[in-house]
Design a protein around this ligand. Structure first.
Ligand code: NAD
Length: 373
């Protein structure tokens, strides 16, 4: 399928290519929707096998960000940047971040950058040198820092709702949770679950991460390849997307799927297949909204307590999704998508409802990008 066909079908507004051979940087920025507000979404540094895969990833991830913001009740749209990055251990240079930052700057606030897989707060700080349209910068620079711990809090809130729905109690004590990925979100989720006396198993393709975590909290380190098939109460995908696909949906050994990764299901039909197997799916874009709720607080003058309070409400939002799912006889992923899309489509102003960003409108280090009709 042509890229423009995907854009037309899924409602993407804009895709921007960035290529600067002088600093060896190639990136794609996708803006899915600005109907509810400027598009907000992380920058992913990843070693993509080819350009087509990177573009499709940016398109899918940006759409998921629109749904996530809408489901979380935020007046934000969805965007995403992906950067071709061969070696995850190699940090970005100042020049590379400036090239990326200038490309973001040229979008004038239509895309607000944040952290995603492979990115760090230092990257956001580097980008902030050349554009105000970046969130998640260091707290010392007026930002909210790494959103991952808040994301993990939201996943836990969603997991409580799923536990109530499945077992009639939100308690996770004694439940066996298998986490795939011991990165920023996975490790933070493991810490929260261990503190609640859940039984945590965790696998990561980077054995150093799981080994480090195991010295800190009681977790069982498992083979990352077997994470998805391990018998457990909850499977928590916290690595990359597409982990539950036509093959793995058959072998899943859990009662609930609830994790932080974006786009966990390889396709919408997997939602039906999970339901058919009696596995409760807590939609990823609903439960992993803590990070975006945290970042959005930057626009109001960052207050961590407010961000955490908003994140705790993910439990109620997830419950509402399960209620609608029953009411509409739809699996939870489809029900949540319908709920989020309704918000975006009800928006009478459509694309570009907000006024082009004015970087000088940043007060006290916070951006003012939202213009209400
Ligand atoms: P991260 O880069 O810190 O961690 C990802 C981890 O997954 C790494 O340790 C990596 O080695 C591991 N991994 C990759 N492939 C794997 C596999 N096949 N099996 C096991 N482990 C594997 O990224 P993160 O910030 O923790 O994000 C994790 C997921 O959560 C991503 O899908 C991201 O889009 C999503 N997410 C993150 C945030 C956030 O606040 N950071 C917010 C919302 C959603």
């Amino acid at each position: 399928m042509q890229i423009s066909e995907i854009m037309a079908e899924r409602g993407h507004e804009q895709v921007v290519f960035v290529a600067e051979p002088k600093v060896d940087l190639r990136a794609v920025i996708a803006i899915h929707s600005t109907a509810l507000g400027p598009s907000l979404g992380g920058i992913r540094f990843w070693n993509y096998p080819d350009e087509g895969t990177a573009i499709v990833d940016a398109l899918r991830l940006s759409e998921a960000m629109s749904l996530k913001a809408a489901a979380a009740g935020l007046d934000q749209g969805g965007g995403k940047a992906v950067v071709q990055w061969a070696d995850p251990s190699r940090p970005r240079t100042r020049e590379q971040l400036e090239v990326l930052g200038r490309a973001i700057d040229e979008l004038g606030g239509r895309y607000l950058a944040a952290e995603d897989v492979g990115a760090t707060t230092a990257d956001m700080d580097g980008i902030a040198r050349v554009t105000p349209w970046v969130t998640g910068v260091s707290e010392s620079l007026g930002g909210s820092g790494d959103p991952s711990p808040v994301t993990a809090r939201g996943v836990l809130a969603g997991m409580r709702a799923a536990a109530s729905e499945r077992w009639g109690t939100s308690s996770l004590a004694g439940r066996h949770v298998v986490i795939q990925g011991a990165g920023k979100v996975g490790a933070a989720l493991a810490r929260l679950l261990a503190a609640l006396d859940a039984q945590v198993s965790i696998g990561d393709i980077d054995g150093n991460r799981t080994a480090a975590l195991a010295t800190e909290i009681p977790v069982a380190v498992i083979d990352p390849a077997s994470a998805i098939t391990t018998e457990c109460d909850v499977f928590a995908p916290c690595a990359l997307g597409g982990v539950v696909d036509a093959e793995s949906v058959v072998t899943l050994g859990c009662e609930i799927v609830c994790g932080g990764a974006n786009n966990q299901l390889a396709g919408e039909e997997i939602d039906d297949r999970l339901a058919a197997r009696g596995i409760l799916y807590a939609p990823d874009f609903v439960v992993n909204a803590g990070g975006i709720l945290n970042i959005a607080e930057e626009f109001r003058g960052y207050a961590r307590e407010r961000a955490l309070a908003a994140t705790e409400r993910i439990e109620a939002t997830t419950q509402r999704v399960f209620e609608r799912s029953r009411e509409w006889s739809l699996p939870p992923g489809r029900a949540a998508t319908r709920m989020a899309r309704a918000r975006i489509e009800e928006e009478p102003f459509g694309r570009g409802r907000w006024e082009p960003g004015d970087p000088t409108a940043w007060t006290d280090g916070q951006p003012l990008t939202r213009v209400r009709p």
